[in-house]
Design a protein around this ligand. Structure first.
Ligand code: NAD
Length: 335
């Protein structure tokens, strides 16, 4: 298959592209290589992909309307995995416009490309953050998601609504996957696993928000990629369910789906820190801080719907995933 992977130089985009390339798909990777975090890390990820002859890289900004129109028209992708976005909850308080440009304007450009070029399936990244501060756990797709508590979460919820519209108006099969805290080798320097590990190795205190009273459904990146690829491979069948309701045949012409994808095993933040301490062999100095604006105390995924649809099974226990991340980090930074 000829597949566009947006955000291919990003953390999840690199891992997803690798799996598709290894099984022989033709992958076109798109990224703007922005400097939200160290662009050298993105270039190093890209180098892993450029070793494959079935990979091509295109440097392009999602918000470049003409560029995106041309790309889709020229390449005629069969399927699209849309992972490029301005990620991060906290940064959305500092730089809201980056989220509008990449996550809203950019998403319309992806939808338009799919619409005009008969893309067979668009799989895109949503986020557990759409559940906001919901107290009922685990989070299920049938739960209300009307109260995003950051602009980042609002753009991800907006993506689901926009995909819904395009799916129904233009027959584009779309599947949104609500990722739950993804970690693993080549991870994101702005996320807790990396921040904790780097601080521990450098002898700096780690910031522990909400005084450590948080539960996170940390999900190993290989499990996420397994779910993304299983989803991408599903043929489009008109049996979509959304928010737990069957689609109305009068209005539903194309499958529109949204699923949770997580480890289904939320762990206390302090246990996660303990796993990093074990893997690094060092004890962290902890700087306990209050809850950050935009953050939520709990994330917890019910993945039964995705399992039923694709056979997805998360399988990586936290401690072995953390060990693999720390081993990669040591190797990458030679520490
Ligand atoms: P990432 O930041 O590592 O990857 C995103 C990539 O997209 C980056 O390489 C960036 O350069 C690129 N990008 C951003 N804006 C762009 C634009 N306007 N044009 C072109 N390229 C652009 O993030 P990630 O962790 O790999 O996340 C991938 C997707 O999953 C994102 O949509 C993110 O919101 C979502 N997500 C991630 C997590 C997680 O825990 N990592 C959780 C929930 C949702």
């Amino acid at each position: 298959m000829k597949i566009l992977v947006t955000g291919a130089a990003g953390f999840i985009g690199m891992h997803t592209s690798l799996v598709l390339l290894q099984r022989g798909d033709e992958v076109v990777g798109l990224d703007n290589l922005n400097d939200y975090y160290d662009p050298q890390l993105k270039l190093d990820r890209l180098a892993q992909l450029q070793a494959f002859s079935n990979f091509r890289f295109i440097k392009l900004d999602l918000a470049d309307r003409d560029g995106m129109t041309r790309l889709f028209a020229e390449e005629k992708f069969e399927r699209v995995v849309h992972l490029a976005a301005q990620a991060g909850v906290r940064y959305s308080l500092q730089n809201p416009h980056a989220y509008v440009d990449s996550n809203l304007v950019g998403f319309v450009n992806v939808l338009e490309g799919c619409r005009h070029n008969a893309v067979q399936h668009l799989v895109y990244a949503s986020s557990s953050s759409v559940y906001g501060g919901n107290e009922k756990t685990p989070f299920s797709e049938a739960d209300p998601v009307d109260h995003p508590v950051s602009l980042y979460a609002a753009t991800k919820k907006a993506n689901e609504l926009m995909a819904h519209t395009y799916s129904h108006l233009y027959d584009i099969p779309t599947t949104g996957l609500r990722f739950f805290t993804v970690y693993g080798p080549w991870g994101r320097p702005d996320m807790a696993p990396w921040l904790f590990t780097s601080a521990i190795f450098e002898g700096r205190p780690i910031k522990v928000f909400n005084h450590g009273k948080m539960l996170r459904d940390f999900t190993y990146v290989d499990d996420i990629v397994q779910g993304v690829v299983r989803t991408l491979d599903r043929p489009a069948e008109p049996d979509a369910a959304y928010d737990g309701k069957a689609p109305n045949p009068a209005t539903s012409r194309a499958p529109f789906r949204v699923f949770n994808i997580g480890n289904q095993d939320p762990v206390p933040l302090m246990d996660f820190i303990d796993a990093i301490e074990s893997a690094t062999g060092k004890i962290a100095e902890k700087d306990f801080q209050p809850m950050q604006p935009g953050d939520v105390p709990v994330t917890s995924a019910d993945v039964s719907a995705l399992t039923a649809w694709t056979g997805f099974e998360p399988g990586t226990p936290l401690r072995s995933g953390v060990q693999r991340f720390v081993a990669w980090y040591r190797d990458y930074f030679r520490v």
